[in-house]
Design a protein around this ligand. Structure first.
Ligand code: NI
Length: 432
């Protein structure tokens, strides 16, 4: 029978607040979940700094990864299995890719990747292919199996239908995180009828498609994604926390590079500062370690490092105003000068942050970010791109929305404005 098809004698289930249960019958899946690299995802939050706004958002990447696996398992086992367009041989590689698609996320991914110029997807592939427990399990299936799983995640796998289940505009990844993040943040956006979508999803040659009778459920899904981005993912206050987090790491890196003597040597980050890190250095990081450093850094003599660390831990976040990059750069330059004069380093305390999202797009060949559109299977069997049938999807198709904010420490300026008239001038300029 072989390891590939080995089943557990008794099915294992994980109780899940979103999908009720996550079902595991395959021995390979069970073994992968038990590896140290996968268990590490329990110590990395799914939504980074969002818990500082929506306090329920403490769920981890472990939850989400199991959820994506479960959705893909249901699509394959309940929907695709036995249909001529679906190759049953692809089942295990698809399930493993679903389970492992976020394996390389680091602690507070976005800030960490930005400061150290890293890419979590590359780490996902490196962990799957490297000297790791996950790799050992996958290799037991076959020598080429780890590479196959990695190719699905890297979107270079030859079977495009398999890739589309994990990354497309209607994939298991999005379907899980929208519902999960809605559940844990407690917002009423993000809900849609996934049961209906799974019921009408069909395999086709290059991607999963949806029967035309499922169009309204898909419209609802696209709208809920659109709303989650602006209500939750791009919330200006969690972006403020993200800005501070990024600046803490910038400051620590700068101090390290300029020979500052840390009271608490950042040994976990040294190889990242030097860019000599190995895979194991990355795997051994988690959010607990990061916040431990922030705690210790509140006691550092360097005022900026200690102030920013205190702000992050105690949620003394930056205030923000709208910023229009088209005609406000002069104002920004002027503010930077005033900040310097007032001895508040604008590098760390005056930050423009931009968020941008394209809720849905049809295929535009040759353009950057080519996206796989969502196709409906019409009653005559033909495929039709959804915005041609749905006025709601058509209304938001291809429309990118971008938002810019300028962040600054209002509390510091307010408290000091009696002693420092420059602070008052800065506050006035910021607010008009
Ligand atoms: Ni994901």
């Amino acid at each position: 029978m072989g390891y590939k098809n080995e089943k557990l004698i008794e099915e294992k289930v994980f109780k899940d607040p979103v999908h009720r249960y996550i079902h595991v019958r395959d021995k390979v899946i069970w073994d992968v979940i038990g590896t140290r690299e996968f268990q590490r995802l329990r110590r990395i939050k799914q939504l980074g700094t969002t818990y500082l706004v929506f306090h329920g958002a403490e769920h981890s990447r472990f939850h989400h990864s199991l959820g994506v696996y479960e959705i893909v398992r249901r699509i394959i086992d309940d929907g695709f299995s036995g249909r001529p367009e679906w190759d049953g041989e692809e089942r295990l590689v698809t399930l493993c890719a679903a389970l492992l698609h976020d394996l390389g996320h680091g602690p507070f991914s976005h800030a960490f990747e930005k400061v150290f110029d890293l890419d979590h997807e590359e780490f996902t592939q490196a962990i799957i292919l490297g000297d790791t427990e996950v790799n050992q399990i996958l290799r037991r299936v076959s020598a080429e199996f780890p590479q196959k799983v990695s190719d699905v995640i890297g979107k270079t796998y030859p079977d495009k239908l398999v890739v589309s289940l994990i990354s497309s505009q209607i994939d298991a990844d999005r379907m899980d995180y929208l519902q999960r993040d809605a559940y844990f943040t407690g917002v009423s956006y993000g809900h849609f009828d996934m049961e209906r979508i799974l019921r009408v999803m069909r395999p086709s040659e290059d991607q999963a498609v949806v029967k035309s009778t499922g169009m309204h459920a898909v419209e609802d899904y696209i709208m809920s994604r659109y709303q989650m981005y602006w209500q939750v993912y791009f919330h200006p206050v969690s972006r403020s926390a993200e800005v501070i987090l990024t600046k803490i790491l910038h400051r620590a890196k700068y101090l390290y590079e300029t020979g500052y003597t840390f009271k608490q040597v950042p040994s976990h980050f040294q190889t990242f500062f030097d860019r000599t890190f190995e895979l194991e250095d990355y795997i051994s990081l988690d959010e607990g370690i990061m916040t431990t450093y922030f705690q210790m850094w509140t006691k550092e003599p360097d005022w900026i490092l200690s102030d920013l660390s205190m702000r992050f831990l105690n949620r003394r976040l930056f205030q923000y105003v709208e910023f229009n990059p088209a005609d406000e750069y002069k104002k920004l330059r002027k503010l930077e000068k005033l900040f310097k004069k007032a001895n508040v380093d604008p590098e760390y305390y005056l930050v423009v942050d931009s968020s941008s999202d394209l809720p849905y797009d049809f295929y535009r060949p040759g353009e950057e970010n080519e996206r796989l559109p969502i196709f409906l299977r019409m009653p005559n069997g033909e495929l039709s791109e959804i915005s041609r049938s749905s006025d709601i999807v058509d209304a938001i198709s291809g429309k990118r929305r971008t938002d810019h904010k300028l962040y600054y420490p209002e509390d510091l300026l307010e408290e000091g404005k009696g002693d420092n008239p420059l602070y008052l001038q800065i506050l006035q300029l910021l607010k008009n």
